[in-house]
Design a protein around this ligand. Sequence first.
Ligand code: SF4
Length: 425
Amino acid sequence: MNVNDSEKAASLLEKEGYVQTSEVEKADLIIVNTCSVRDKAEQKVHSLLGRLRRLKNGENTAIIGVMGCLAQQWGKGFFKRCPHINFVCGTHNIHRIPSLVKEAQLRKKYIEAVNFNGHVPSLDLCVPASKGKISSYVTIMQGCNNFCSYCIVPYVRGREESRPSGDIIREVQRLTEKGVQEIILLGQNVNSYGQTLEEETGFPELLGKIRDLHSVNRIRFTTSHPKDFSDDLINSFAEIDELCEHIHLPVQSGCNEVLEKMRRRYTVEEYLAKVERLRSICPDISITSDVIVGFPGEEEKYFQKTIDLVKKVRFDNIFSFKYSDRPGVASQRFSDKIPEDMKNKRLALLQDIQAKLTLEKNRAQEGKTEQVLVEGTSKGSDADIMGRTRGNRIVNFKGSSRLIGKTVQVKILRGYAHSLRGEMI
Ligand code: SF4
């Protein structure tokens, strides 16, 4: 979602005549988009802002703004720690960025826009498809009402708000008319899409409406909360050809005691039943997940249950993280914190197990023929192009850059840790 927000900010500024540069020293305006979901992301922001301070201490007169979740969380507090910043722009105020920049140009003082609105105006902002764009994000909802005990999102993104389906369909139509092949629907919990709308459109119905346009080659979505992952949505994988066979379904822990303390509102058994049903409908589906290790109170036997679950589900990949306290959330007050060295050990063990599973899964693709949407040239070799399978695996293979944006058939020759090697047929 942050990438999509950055695109929205950039497109607003392009309308004002700004052009993007990759050389930060030459920029007249620098906006840092921030994430506060984990402590590590926060540390990265401070280190980047430290580097920008040194830049500003020289001759540089660039305007510096901070947007996103951390801007929302810290507000004015940012100016004390980073006096070289001109403005902070919270998650409900992206639409105001051009005017904040103008104010900064006039007054050069500390400008703050972090008020929450009943409606998130930037939900209505559409990013125009740039020439040659193959894949595009489309925000369908923002915010979250779930208040998982460790998560800061409801505090920095606000309550859940869905976007009317007509606006989404019009945006998808505009994007596909410009040649976009793949639409990635975005929201903190797309499965609860529609709950704040007057119209009776849930997420499976929205997917059906997009399919009925007959102009989208591929549909993906993220993120899904397991508690709201309905049978209707599972059935969509069988009914909607355009829906790619990949789901990111964050489990977070394999232990019911921990899930309860996390306030996730599903059990391990319920999660496994949904995975089983999904695989019975769509046997080749690729399933990825998020896992937190070292949640307060996670005893060794509880962690072992997470390992057991990861081995049982055999995820195609996971994003795994050490628990870190986020300010103001419920788990910050839990007393039974896990020492850092134990969290490190558990994370390393989990990642090692998953790396082996991912490699096995990638090797199991060898000999299969996959539809690959070509995205660009390979990082490793100019003679190669790369694309993604419907299961979201990266494939490198020999081919002309003229194929970028096309869907081709590729035989998988070799599975590696992070990608596949293939040949076009
Ligand atoms: S559902 Fe996701 S975004 Fe919402 S509170 Fe839980 S972890 Fe955070």
